[in-house]
Design a protein. Structure first.
Length: 209
């Protein structure tokens, strides 16, 4: 699939998703206690898909994905500029939950809402046929994209990144600064995984002549 027809269908699907109010009007569990604000970036031209968790409070305010410290760290991991990261013809960003799910009693983000993925995810990905590298960020995205192939824990899943890269899927921990201790406990992430991730991304953003 390619061409204007594909772009038109993807734009229409994105329009419908941005108007979605399932989590408020027909929720799974408790309704979202405020007006939904879906945040995602789609493109039929993108080769890289970031499959994230859910927007945080700052992203909910800005309406733009990863406009927070987690985004700074993710861009550092990827070794891309803000301009490259937000160029939808290069990178699509599709979280498991389109809206900020709220905070738990400890001040952390609640899990992604369960309404978004079954309703929208498969159709959106089907209309982005050029995607050939998927960064699955966090355990919820890994559960969806890896299924039974994921490990018993996030650490095990990310440690098996070479296995998953055979399918052009790179599992990552969430880039939240809450995970700094995890990064210190797992130095192989920086020394072994990140160089490969950066090379794979650069090959897609600016392939060699």
């Amino acid at each position: 699939m390619s061409g204007p027809g594909l772009d038109t269908r993807l734009c229409e699907l994105a329009r419908q998703a941005r108007a979605c109010r399932l989590c408020r009007d027909n929720p799974v569990g408790l309704p979202l206690p405020y007006e939904p604000r879906p945040v995602f970036t789609l493109s039929a031209k993108a080769k890289i898909l970031i499959a994230g968790q859910a927007p945080g409070v700052r992203v909910n305010e800005s309406g733009k994905p990863f406009t927070d410290r987690s985004g700074d760290r993710l861009r550092e991991w990827m070794a891309v500029s803000r301009e490259e990261f937000y160029d939808s013809d290069l990178v699509a960003i599709l979280p498991m939950s389109f809206c900020f799910p709220g905070n738990d009693r400890h001040g952390g983000d609640l899990p992604p809402r369960r309404e978004c993925a079954p309703r929208w995810r498969a159709d959106m990905i089907a209309l982005m046929p050029r995607i050939d590298l998927v960064l699955v960020v966090g355990q919820y995205a890994q559960a969806w994209h890896l299924g039974k192939a994921r490990g018993a824990s996030l650490t095990e899943t990310v440690r098996d990144w070479r296995l998953h890269m055979r399918r052009n899927i790179m599992p990552l921990p969430h880039p939240s600064w809450r995970n700094t201790a995890w990064l210190k406990r797992n130095p192989w992430f920086e020394t072994e995984l990140l160089p490969v991730l950066r090379r794979e991304i650069r090959n897609r953003i600016s392939p060699p002549e």
